[in-house]
Write a protein that binds this ligand. Sequence first.
Ligand code: FES
Length: 307
Amino acid sequence: MDPARPGAGGADPAATSQRNGGSEVAVVERSPSTRPVAVHIEGRRGGPPLSTVLRRDGWRVQPDLVAFGLLAFVVYSTWAAFRDTSFYTGAYGRDYLSPFYSPCLTMHCTTAGYVWGGWSWWRISPALLILIFPLAFRTTCYYYRKSYYRAFWLSPPACAVADAGSTRPGGARSGYTGETRFPLILQNVHRYTWYVAVIFAGILTWDAIAAFRFPNGVGMALGSLIFVVNAVLLGLYTFGCHACRHLCGGAAKSLSKSPLRYKLWKWVTPLNERHMLFAWLSLVWVAFTDFYVFLVSTGHLHDPRFF
Ligand code: FES
């Protein structure tokens, strides 16, 4: 214990108090085993071993839940992407195309209105052509980066918890350079993937509109609403992106002189504040939408029509 620090003396590790500029302040002493470790910016990453982490709350819960959620999505989306069937409900009188297969670039989508490319030479699942772009956007998203760095790499597992594997000189990740070198420097492409994501948000909005088309005209079914929610959640996630917010209001010396940019910035900021929420909702809903299309197109579920 540092004798120069207020309340030091080694007698009582509990909270004490002292006068500071006329006001009473609480001073919490730490035991010697939980002594803070200095962090040197750009130096070797490190910290105390996990057994002496200062946090006493349930900090493990969030990374564990995130790991479970992301793994579940990876398993489902892999199955959906390689399924290569049951992604369009044209045979059942519904214009629903799974978001994992949209836009349909090959001849697999039997209805001509949905075939954007008609690439007959492509022999494997068309979802593999599509998913590269949303995946590039999601995997480089600032929120998801934080999530999987914490959940899978334990780097670090949580705020004020040491980076696992580099807690001592020569540790497993003592040479870890973060996002300053290859390959993680590639995460910086995120701002460019945002433009592609905007195109996909437009395509999925078109799919939501098309979900109101029926063989005998315009109508609405449960699937139509599911597609609308999917497009809305994806839009909220895309326009709440940090890169989008920066595009709207960043680098402006004086926002009061750019009223349009100020308005856009004001509009996207609340979305940005809820970015984590929309990241999860849109992720879960896009998988749910695909599964709904699968159930309808395989005849396992009757899609109720309202009018
Ligand atoms: Fe998450 Fe851009 S920061 S989508």
